[in-house]
Design a binder for this molecule. Structure first.
Ligand SMILES: [Zn+2]
Length: 143
């Protein structure tokens, strides 16, 4: 049985995840390094939505979304306590995400969203290929 109450769990989660999804971001950063994918910057606050990674030359913005906080369509399940609070929170996050993508595209950026679950097996390889294709496509658009 779960020894932590649900309210406590929510509190722990908000504390752990409060600063965005650091470990997921870190995982992608390490992946870029390992694959020798260069030319990116972290947390570009000057751009809409502070993209987690930006490739300035290709004008590509990469968002890494935690499945819980951004309401992943595959993994998100709402906490059973404080339903109203969580629903409005996640809905607001999703709206903010959509708005950031819109603004970036309007500003001439290509965008790609990588979900936390896509950085795990068995999807990781597919995700890497998708990112590589996005970088190449963004570069081609700029050429
Ligand atoms: Zn997910």
């Amino acid at each position: 049985m779960d020894t932590v109450t649900k309210a406590k769990r929510s509190e722990i989660m908000s504390r752990v995840c409060g600063k965005g999804n650091f470990s997921t971001e870190l995982r992608l950063g390490l992946l870029f390094a390992r694959l020798r994918i260069k030319g990116w910057k972290r947390n570009v606050r000057a751009l809409a939505g502070s993209p987690d990674f930006v490739f300035p030359v290709q004008r590509l913005a990469v968002f890494v979304h935690g499945c819980f906080w951004h309401g992943c369509s595959k993994c998100y399940s709402a906490p059973t306590t404080n339903r109203v609070f969580w629903r409005s929170k996640i809905v607001a996050n999703k709206k903010r995400d959509a708005r950031a993508l819109r603004l970036l595209r309007k500003a001439g950026y290509s965008t790609i969203v990588v979900w936390e679950c896509q950085l795990r097996q068995p999807l990781i390889k597919q995700t890497i290929n998708r990112i590589k294709r996005a970088i190449a496509a963004a570069a081609a658009k700029r050429a």
